[in-house]
Design a protein around this ligand. Structure first.
Ligand SMILES: Cc1cc2nc3c(=O)[nH]c(=O)nc-3n(C[C@H](O)[C@H](O)[C@H](O)COP(=O)(O)OP(=O)(O)OC[C@H]3O[C@@H](n4cnc5c(N)ncnc54)[C@H](O)[C@@H]3O)c2cc1C
Length: 500
């Protein structure tokens, strides 16, 4: 039995890992050169407590089921995760009523430890918060995670358990025979399947349409500013304003790696590939964040980015079998809290897959040799976070590559970059190295380490430095070898001379 999963974001990768517990062949197909290259790489990285949505909605129930799973999951997959808590902050007396309603919704959803804080209690937790804040809803079970490291952790583990991952492979059509999906057509040939799972994020409506299922995803852009780590302790909880109709508002939060993050705004756009940031949008983000924390430092910004929500008119997740063709499961509209909900979504899809094969007289069997955990790759920054840097010397003694510093801002060694290139999902671009090691994600944004990473990639992948890309396709970093450029210039000058 063969299953094809389209899209290696957090959802497709979580499903691939969950299904790899069974004796089936699984192919995970991704159009980009790496997993986590879509919405799963650019979001707030919050594991929401689950007080927002009604537990009767799919997104509410998936979030609530998933939140408690995260501690063990991240330990198994070796993904950094921290329960830092969240605060929804009210500035007006009438906000108290809304916060109480959220609290009781959360309690109905089974969330423990929710508290309404008054101004003094809030200031004790967050001394930098706007002094005009009056109340807050505190949720201790909310957490922060590195969303791309979670996706890579899932996908790496899936590969360890036998899943085949095809990168740079775009699904262009479904193979349909007698009202049944039999496989996919891609730019790299056709692949047959007994069941196809569509988790193509922003493009899941397009894939569904290939089977005649009608959905319309509208991309909604969210822009962010990321700050240097020296500002990472400006806040310790994730701070939300009172939500609007469209979104949870502009937040101020620490990242799991100790940076400060502000954003996102929410603007509907047309182009699903438009990840640009705008000066108006970034200004809006800054203004919004300052309402919560007035001393957010403008000069501390190291980069800005945006992510696109895959939003459906229903504002809920859609996870169901195709209405038109057999052997297709569509996951559409997996916007926030999709990251928080990934473990429960993967469980739900695994149940649907089991049921599908059962009614087709094929029973799935659990493997005896499923590998639950990923190995721990050495990362110097994790030793720093644990105040155990003296232990790093032991690692350097065994392999001197771990003693050669490549990224000075984030303290990343050559050994860590080589590991990233040889992980089950190999890092083959500069951005893929960044997502696995943090090299180039610091204050200088690749100014120092960029050429060194390029050199290591060229050596390890045995490719010409001119072929190394930032993020695949047409993002080559070097245009030509300088010696060749000089020779070309001399030749041109000589030619001009000849004509004279
Ligand atoms: C601004 C913003 C903030 C958010 N904050 C949070 C948060 O704090 N907490 C939270 O829980 N959720 C949050 N979310 C939501 C969360 O990021 C998403 O729900 C989640 O990342 C969706 O994952 P996915 O796998 O469905 O999509 P994606 O990560 O987009 O993955 C889909 C993949 O399919 C691939 N693909 C598409 N078409 C094809 C094709 N034809 N062939 C092959 N591959 C294809 C794409 O390249 C992509 O890699 C946020 C989202 C945004 C935009």
């Amino acid at each position: 039995m063969q299953i094809i999963i389209i899209g290696a974001g957090v959802i497709g990768s979580a499903i691939a890992r969950e299904l790899s517990r069974y004796n089936i062949d699984i192919i995970l197909i991704e159009k980009e050169p790496d997993v986590a290259d879509g919405t799963s790489k650019a979001n707030s990285g919050i594991i929401h407590a689950g007080y927002n949505a009604d537990a009767n909605t799919l997104k509410g129930s998936m979030n609530v089921k998933s939140n408690p799973i995260y501690d063990q999951l991240c330990e198994d997959l070796k993904v950094p995760f921290k329960r830092n808590g969240s605060l929804v902050v009210g500035f007006k007396d009438e906000d108290l009523k809304k916060l109480k309603a959220k609290k009781s919704n959360g309690e109905k959803n089974g969330i423990k430890g929710l508290e309404i804080l008054n101004r003094e209690e809030l200031l004790a937790k967050e001394p930098n918060i706007n002094k005009n804040a009056k109340y807050a809803l505190y949720a201790p079970s909310a957490g922060i995670i590195s969303p791309y490291e979670l996706t890579i952790g899932y996908a790496d583990n899936a590969v360890r358990n036998g899943v085949e991952v095809l990168l740079n492979t775009k699904v262009t059509d479904l193979i349909i025979e007698n009202d049944k999906v039999k496989g996919v057509v891609t730019n790299r040939g056709n692949f047959n399947a007994d069941l196809v799972i569509n988790s193509a994020g922003l493009y899941s409506d397009k894939i569904a349409k290939m089977a005649g299922d009608n959905f319309e995803i509208t991309p909604r852009k969210g822009e962010y500013h990321l700050f240097d780590k020296v500002h990472g302790d400006l806040v310790s909880n994730t701070l939300f304003p009172m939500p609007t109709e469209k979104s949870k508002g502009i937040l101020v939060l620490p990242t799991v790696h100790g940076n400060l993050l502000i954003g996102p705004n929410a603007n509907t756009i047309d182009d699903k590939d438009d990840f640009s940031t705008t000066s108006d949008g970034l200004e809006e983000v800054f203004r919004g964040a300052k309402k919560l924390v007035p001393n957010v430092p403008q000069d501390g910004i190291i980069t800005s980015f945006s992510g696109l929500r895959a939003s459906l008119p229903s504002n809920d997740f859609h996870i169901d079998f195709s209405k038109n063709k057999k052997a297709l499961i569509n996951l559409v509209g997996i916007q926030s809290p999709g990251l928080s909900s990934a473990p429960a979504i993967a469980d739900k899809v695994a149940e649907m897959v089991n049921h599908y094969f059962k009614i087709n007289n094929k029973k799935l069997k659990l493997k005896d040799d499923f590998i639950e955990t990923n190995p721990s790759y050495p990362h110097y920054h994790r030793y720093e976070e644990e105040n155990e840097v003296e232990k790093w010397q032991q690692i350097v003694d065994e392999n001197e590559d771990y003693g050669e510093v490549i990224c000075r801002c984030e303290h990343v060694s050559k050994g860590e970059i080589i590991d990233a290139i040889h992980r089950p999902i190999p890092a083959t671009t500069v951005d893929a190295i960044k997502r696995r090691t943090r090299a180039s994600s610091g204050r200088c944004q690749a100014g120092f380490c960029g050429p060194r990473i390029l050199n290591i990639l060229s050596n390890q992948l045995d490719i010409d430095p001119l072929e190394v890309t930032k993020k695949g396709k047409d993002s080559k970093i070097l245009k030509a070898k300088s010696k060749e450029l000089i020779l070309k210039k001399i030749k041109e000058e000589n030619n001009v001379g000849d004509k004279k």
